[in-house]
Design a protein around this ligand. Sequence first.
Ligand code: SF4
Length: 335
Amino acid sequence: MYLNKQYIIQNLGQKVLDGHQLDCDQVLSLLQAEGADTFDLLSWSNRIRQHFKGNRIHLCSIVNAKSGGCGEDCTFCAQSSHYETASPVYKFLDQKTVVEASQTAESNKVQALGLVAAWRGLGEGRMLDQVCQRIEDLSQSGRVRADASLGLIESQNVAQRLKEAGLSVYNHNLETASSFFDQICTTHTHQDRINTIQHCKSAGLRVCSGGIFGMGETVEQRAELAIELQELDVDVVPLNFLVRIEGTPLTDNDPLSPMEILTTIAAFRFALPQKEIMVAGGREANLRDMQSMIFMAGASATLVGNYLTTGGRSVDDDLQMLSDLGLEWDWNYDW
Ligand code: SF4
């Protein structure tokens, strides 16, 4: 049994290196690796990362441009008005705060800063004008790339306006597989999220889309999500691991173990070998001392600095970790 799994991992690893795309059953068999097999899996995911991405790491930071009070009911989210959480509530940020966040990111050699807003999404109108102004402020403020995560986008015109304002990458996570989505959100659909991604792609924006793990989904649903992202051909795949926020319906969920998290990262590297696999929210809280293993598991990108509603560890600690691992990051890195 042990040898059999070891053989499957090796066989699939070689297939990926040879340019083959894995299907859902193959990704599932990787997600089911456990015990000593996990280390074989990590060894292959590391090899795949190095083959397709080299030793360069892509760093992003985010600034919460409008916090709390969101009318949607996503069960994992501290910013939903459906739940009582300690998340701050404030309106859209002014120019000065955005420019300062950009300068901080630049001083850390972080390549991109994402403006993130807690609301359902963006249509035509005054709010879109204000958002476009902030994106212009950000894109003209220095060397940091202007990214954003602004919820559902209702038309290609809206996406086009964001692009014309200087936006490079739009983040919109699928969050979870379509077969599980209605258990984590009832106020919009998985298809609404796919439509947003398609509007962005049609407007020529690059897309960052991934999910959150540890919400009660099965391993089969993790494989399903990997294949959905493969089919959407997104550019960056952020993997978030649930941070259990007091007051939300998921506060009592069992946390994923560090080994299960590393196995998930590795399976996504196999499934999406040429994409940026980014470890985002929940890195410190869930992996603790095993954070540096995300790169061996196949991550080629990570979020540094504070997250939306929870603090991250210091950027200096993260940069020291990259340096200790012999990994590189710089301004000019683009995928
Ligand atoms: S739409 Fe975004 S901000 Fe609003 S509740 Fe869902 S995840 Fe939170």
